[in-house]
Design a protein around this ligand. Structure first.
Ligand SMILES: [Zn+2]
Length: 83
């Protein structure tokens, strides 16, 4: 069961943050879904295709990427429980 196979860029909320993690050097970068949705050629790609196409932004690394969804931590339960 792979959720990345079931979601297209266009299915995600624009404010959803996607997290790209390099499998080689572990560098992480984030991108909002709306940034990808602006590109017509990306909008109907499945997330696993995005993941496959993505490469590490470090020039010398250029490693494969693991894509994940970043959960909005602004209202996360951790903090609320301490109030
Ligand atoms: Zn890398």
């Amino acid at each position: 069961m792979n959720w990345k196979r079931e979601l297209q860029i266009n299915d995600i909320a624009p404010e959803q943050i996607l997290e790209f993690t390099c499998k080689q050097c572990a560098s992480v970068y984030h991108q909002k879904a709306e940034q990808l949705q602006k590109h017509n050629e990306l909008r109907f790609l499945w997330l696993d295709e995005i993941e496959k196409d993505a490469k590490c932004k470090q020039r010398l690394c250029y490693g494969d990427i693991r894509l994940s969804m970043c959960h909005d931590s602004a209202n996360s339960g951790f903090v609320a429980g301490l109030a």
